[in-house]
Design a protein. Structure first.
Length: 140
């Protein structure tokens, strides 16, 4: 499945509504885009829609947890081996949406091989809006 949305900040509810109706309770969501593309903004909107309050970028903490159902990771400059050594891989077993910024292709492949379905959201600036390309892949 692949779908595109062009949305302003005020139109993010369309993106959220699609995700809410198409993703399972336990989902791995890779957020892709350049710096300041809107990855944390989308995560913040999702948390707000789920009634979980404000979101900050987990750049220094690597992971922020909102409620018991929303997990936000920022893996910028983190090697996959370091991620595994920190024990963060076990966090993926917790039921909820796991939003992963700057996740490598190798991590995505590893999770697919481990049996997880992966959703990627590519975020690209488009005029005064963002283009959200959402693609969901089943595991091998």
């Amino acid at each position: 499945m692949k779908i595109d949305f062009t949305a302003s900040l005020g139109e993010l509810d369309r993106v959220y509504d699609f995700l809410e109706s198409h993703l399972p309770i336990h989902a791995m969501i890779f957020l892709r885009g350049d710096l300041a593309a809107g990855k944390t903004t989308l995560t913040s909107f999702i948390a707000k829609q789920k009634g979980l309050g404000g979101v900050s970028s987990p750049t220094f903490a690597l992971q922020n947890i909102y409620g018991n159902t929303l997990f936000h990771y920022d893996l910028y400059r983190i090697e996959d081996s370091a991620f595994m050594q920190m024990g963060l891989f076990e966090e993926f077993e917790k039921e909820g949406w796991h939003l992963i910024e700057w996740g490598s292709n190798d991590l995505q492949h590893f999770l697919t091989q481990a049996g997880y379905d992966i959703t990627t959201i590519d975020i690209t600036p488009h005029n005064n809006k963002r283009l959200y390309t959402i693609q969901r892949e089943g595991h091998a």
